[in-house]
Design a protein around this ligand. Structure first.
Ligand SMILES: Cc1ncc(COP(=O)(O)O)c(C=O)c1O
Length: 395
């Protein structure tokens, strides 16, 4: 019998890379519920619940708040393609791999893109955004990544939103690696378009991209001179399915939306503030453990992301050998570096379901064992002791 006829039983991994992260069992259970039709009145109730809970998680009253069908990049495309028309000017503030993707998609929308480059490992600088906006008379939007997953850096948003608005530009914000784990306050920060992905701090599988548009962004959408280039991501069409009309647009991924509903319930039951503190506390313990191993953190002090820690691969140690040993011997996945830091950094996610002492203790202990086997000298137990001290101090 060919092997493909065998049932597939994936191993149970501890997913501590850059995402996807492990999924709450309640979410998996919700996803295995019987299907409903995408216009079934009972499903419409589920859609309403998802919209209400997304507003709470984004901390917004924005009417247009829905999950886009697709991964985080679908959220990014939807954000840019709805805001930009050919010939518009876009300023991108780039401090890593995903910021670069904003520029790429912006250019494909036909926009003139002015990219501000910040060294990897550092946050976006509001002063650089201000000076770029002064150079160009009519900027339609500024786009940036809140939590840059390629570097583990958190950038300031509120001040950049103020600067963008002073220049009559909209602010587009990527919160793929922050929403649900790190504060994202759409209304308080006055963000115009904010999108995320379900597979990181929201504790769901990849496949949906929550997005929210401010009234200012909706107005820009309503006053476009040209139709949105993408039919699938056209938010005016999508909002007639997600709004009162319930008009068919595309067949909604029903099971994914069941899963997101449950994932959002889990987030809100814990409470946003408690969840943010949990992510911060566990990241502090992980960093203490890595430093005790003699490793050097990649992201600059003061802007380190709680949901993802980047750390230099120590000299004399081969990146791939360590990650393979973690996966094959300990069932732990961590991320390697992207682009210019490929082979030079590890990226360790403590997101949603994995931001717990049990995950970071397991990883530190495995990492210490592997590094010792690779000839890297380290005193036994130092990493765990340092991490335990931080956890004990926090409880
Ligand atoms: C900050 C950021 N933006 C966008 C994306 C793209 O999301 P996806 O891979 O789900 O399409 C990612 C994925 O890791 C990300 O980390």
């Amino acid at each position: 019998m060919p092997k493909y006829l065998d049932e597939f039983h994936p191993p149970t991994r501890l997913l501590m890379g850059a995402g996807p992260s492990n999924v709450n069992p309640r979410v998996l259970r919700a996803m295995s519920a019987p299907l409903l039709g995408h216009l079934d009145p009972d499903f419409i109730g589920v859609m309403d619940d998802v919209k209400s809970m997304l507003r709470l998680v984004f901390q917004t009253n924005n009417n247009l708040t829905i999950p886009i069908s697709g991964t985080g990049t679908a959220g990014m495309e939807a954000a840019l393609v709805n805001v930009l028309e050919p010939g518009d000017t876009l300023v991108t503030a780039v401090n890593g791999y995903f910021g670069g993707r904003l520029s790429d998609i912006g250019a494909r929308c036909g926009a003139r893109v002015h990219q501000i480059d910040t060294p990897w490992g550092e946050p976006v600088d509001p002063a650089a955004v201000e000076s770029e906006l002064r150079k160009h008379p009519k900027v339609k939007a500024v786009a940036m990544v809140h939590a840059e997953t390629s570097t583990g850096v958190l950038s300031p948003v509120e001040e950049i939103a103020r600067i963008a608005h002073r220049h009559n530009a909209l602010l587009i914000l990527d919160t793929v690696t922050s929403l649900g784990g790190v504060e994202v306050a759409v209304d308080r920060w006055d963000v115009d378009v904010c999108y995320s992905g379900t597979q990181k701090c929201l504790g769901c599988p990849p496949g949906l991209a929550p997005i929210t548009l401010s009234p200012r962004a909706e107005e820009a959408l309503n006053h476009r001179k040209t139709p949105v280039q993408s039919w699938y991501f056209d938010l005016s069409l999508l909002s007639s399915y997600w709004g009162d009309n319930r008009a068919y647009h595309h067949t909604a991924p029903i099971s994914m939306i069941f899963g997101l509903r449950e994932g959002l319930r889990v987030v809100l039951e814990e409470g946003l503030q408690k969840r943010f503190q949990r992510h911060q506390g566990n990241a502090a313990a992980l960093r203490a453990g890595l430093l005790a191993l003699g490793l050097e953190l990649f992201a600059k002090d003061g802007c380190r992301l709680p949901s993802l820690t980047s750390v230099h691969v120590p000299s004399g140690v081969t990146d791939a050998r360590v990650r393979t040993a973690l996966l094959r011997t300990y069932n732990i996945e961590i991320g390697g570096g992207l682009g210019p830091v490929a082979g030079k950094v590890w990226r360790i996610g403590l997101m949603g379901e994995n931001s717990y002492p049990s995950s970071l203790f397991t990883l530190l202990s495995a990492l210490e064992t592997i590094l010792t086997g690779e000839g890297y000298e380290v005193a036994p137990g130092v990493a765990l002791a340092a991490a335990q001290q931080v956890i004990a101090g926090a409880t």
